[in-house]
Write a protein that binds this ligand. Structure first.
Ligand code: EPU
Length: 437
């Protein structure tokens, strides 16, 4: 078990570059199964969700190879059986539905895991694949899909713009027979990134990144492969900007696309941060002696609205800001499980389902808190940067799912924080037994 130790009160300064986006890399690893020639993903961070994806690829028969920051993905014959412990390890296992159905003809996927943000059904993935000709059977713990011949193109409207379902249907349509039109598709940048990868391998896709995507299917696996550099991580970029908003100082976030986090940067500007954005980076600055302004009323939504993943980060920024604020998360029912940790640090907060009310004007103090999920955990680390004393974030494994080493990244900017190994239960028992002797 690991925890993160943070000593607050240090002003941040320096330059940082976000890694490739987790939410691009995970579907891209799955999409590589659709390619008939080798693929390479460049600059892939060592995240626990990436490790779980590589384990899943190996479990179905593929042979991914990590070479430093790159991942080589040779074509392989695969089976459609996903082991439950790998499906349960991350939400990203759902990205294997379409590729395994295409490649193996059948896929049995135990229900996917991931952050406990509330119910996360996969009905839109299944409705779309069903409309393309997949036979679907569901049990309480798994879903099984089969196809007779290749999937066929379809005119399909998503009942809501799900990122995951758009990616599933894009991958399936790229290899189906005939034309597919996806309406009401998600428009997040990660969709266009996956489409660019599929196009590189020979897919014919138009409109990715808009609500209507047209795909002319290859009636089988894609003929090509190639080398792809995934998008920079917009949520990591937002995390660094939020860190300087909390701690004060001035940082440059380089090699990212500020337009991909525009609502978050606007929020920081309104709160009193100085943000200067260029085409491939931005600077964020804040005078630590001047409090930020609260009074925010934020609502998350699908792209291009305020991203749900940045809601806990915004909440952390608003804890010490002047005046009351409110955040509503329209996507997930339990986005604000981090509120308990904020309260333990002395913040006045109330979470009720999708809503979080923040009293503002908090004098945060160090505490031992628990990361409830990936972004909530990162938000607790950020809040601790603004707290007096040395605090701890337990269960920090959640944070490894999306940041290679968040404490090290913040340390390069001048923060004082580090991962600390916690003894496992077994080690603790052995240690206390030895003391008793
Ligand atoms: N939904 C359904 N049915 C479906 C699919 C989705 O009802 O078949 C609902 C979900 O329950 C949710 C909403 O639609 O309420 C949005 O879900 P979406 O499918 O868009 O999200 P996702 O694909 O499960 C991805 C990211 C999330 C990110 C969301 C929104 C990955 C692995 N996850 O999830 O990232 O918050 O899109 O942008 O790509 C994270 O990085 O920590 C994370 C949770």
């Amino acid at each position: 078990m690991e925890r993160i130790k943070i000593t607050g009160g240090r002003v941040l300064e320096g330059r940082i570059r976000p890694a490739a986006a987790k939410n691009s890399v995970l579907p891209l690893l799955a999409a590589s199964l659709l390619c008939s020639r080798p693929c390479v993903l460049r600059g892939v961070p060592r995240l626990s969700d990436v490790d779980a994806s590589l384990a899943l690829l190996r479990a179905v028969g593929a042979g991914p190879v990590r070479r430093g920051p790159d991942i080589l993905l040779p074509p392989a014959a695969v089976c459609g059986h996903v082991p439950p412990e790998l499906a349960g390890a991350m939400r990203g296992s759902v990205f294997y539905l379409a590729p395994l159905l295409v490649r193996a003809g059948t896929v049995e996927l135990p229900l996917p895991g991931g952050c406990r943000l509330g119910p996360r059904p996969i009905d839109i993935h299944l409705a779309g694949l069903g409309a393309m000709g997949a036979e679907i059977s569901e049990s309480e713990s798994a879903v099984t899909l089969r196809r007779q011949g290749s999937l066929h193109g379809v005119d399909f409207t998503l009942r809501l713009p799900s990122v995951g379902a758009t990616l599933t249907l894009l991958m399936a349509a790229a290899c189906a027979r005939g034309e597919t039109v996806l309406r009401g598709a998600a428009c997040e940048p990660e969709i266009a990134d996956t489409a660019a990868f599929l196009r590189m391998a020979g897919a014919q896709i138009e409109g990715a990144g808009t609500p209507v995507i047209r795909v002319r299917g290859a009636a089988g696996p894609l003929p090509g492969g190639g080398v792809h550099l995934p998008l920079p991580d917009r949520i990591a970029a937002a995390t660094y900007a939020a860190a300087v908003a909390l701690a004060g100082g001035r940082i440059a976030v380089e090699h990212c696309r500020p337009g991909h986090l525009a609502p978050f940067l606007r929020f920081l500007r309104t709160a009193g941060c100085e943000i200067t954005a260029g085409p491939d980076g931005f600077t964020a600055a804040r005078d630590p002696d001047i409090p930020l302004w609260g009074g925010a009323d934020l609502c998350t939504g699908a792209w291009p609205e305020f991203a749900t993943d940045t809601a806990p980060l915004a909440a952390a920024v608003l804890l010490c800001a002047r005046g009351e604020s409110h955040i509503h998360d329209a996507l997930f029912q339990n986005r604000f499980a981090c509120a308990e940790g904020f309260a333990a640090m002395g913040a006045l907060v109330r979470a009720d389902g999708r809503d979080l009310w923040i009293g503002g004007d908090a004098q945060l103090h160090a505490a031992c808190v628990t990361a409830p999920d990936l972004r909530g955990g990162a938000a607790l680390v950020l809040a601790a940067l603004a707290a007096g004393g040395t605090g701890t974030v337990m269960d920090s494994g959640h944070i490894r799912r999306g940041y290679q080493d968040l404490p090290a990244e913040l340390t390069t900017l001048g923060a004082r924080c580090t991962y600390v190994k916690t003894m496992s239960d077994a080690t603790m028992k052995t240690a206390s037994a030895m003391q008793m002797r």
